[in-house]
Each structure stands twice: as structure tokens, then as C-alpha cells.
Design a protein. Structure first.
Length: 117
């Protein structure tokens, strides 16, 4: 399993970004997927998850209503649309595979998101 996140960058508060994750392997379409993030000096935390079919999603309270997770199984791709960004959203964002609840089996390289005030 290889996961590569992209789409991070520097944005002003109130702005938006769309993260993408490209996954390799034949298990993507049958795996729960998710996004986690780690801010400087803090532990990695759950952001969002989506079931293998895309029917079920879950979010951390801190991003609910602002972030939307989605997937395209035909492209082995995972997305995170982030709107109304806040400075506290600044972190390295990681995509993960094999997500059950708020735990994951595999992690990819992260992408930096920086929100300026």
C-alpha cells in the first residue's frame, strides 16, 4: 500500500483547499479511508473518514460542517475539501487506509496546510 497526499499550501483564514490522496494497490476500493492531521507540538488527530462505498462518513467535531471527505474508487483517489479554513487547521495532513473508527492501518506521506490569520 502506498499513499501520496497532495494539495496542501498556504491560504488565508476563510479560504479553501482541496487535498487529494493517490493510492496504489488493489485493496483501496474495499478499504475504509480517512484523513488525519498533526500540528506542531501536538499528537496526530483524526479529521475525517469514509467507508469503502462512500456511503458513510464521519468527522471530528472541529471540522464538521466545513470539511467534506469523498472518494473515487475508479481512480483509487481520496479527497478532502476544506472550506472556511481557520489558523487552527494548520497542520500536516495525512491520508490513511484501513480506517476503522478513528484508527488506521496504513499511512501516507503528509502534505502541509498553513492557514494565516
Amino acid at each position: 500500500v502506498q499513499l501520496q497526499a497532495s494539495g496542501g499550501g498556504l491560504v488565508q483564514a476563510g479560504g479553501y483547499l482541496r487535498l487529494s490522496c493517490a493510492a496504489s494497490g488493489r485493496t483501496f476500493s474495499s478499504s475504509g479511508m480517512g484523513w488525519f492531521r498533526q500540528a506542531p507540538g501536538k499528537e496526530r488527530e483524526f479529521v475525517a473518514a469514509i467507508s469503502w462505498s462512500g456511503v458513510s462518513t464521519s468527522y471530528a467535531d472541529s471540522v464538521k460542517g466545513r470539511f467534506t471527505v469523498s472518494r473515487d474508487n475508479a481512480k483509487n483517489a481520496l479527497y478532502l475539501q476544506m472550506n472556511s479554513l481557520k489558523p487552527e487547521d494548520t497542520a500536516v495532513y495525512y491520508c490513511a487506509q484501513g480506517v476503522v473508527g478513528r484508527r488506521a492501518d496504513y499511512w501516507g506521506q503528509g502534505t502541509q496546510v498553513t492557514v494565516s490569520s
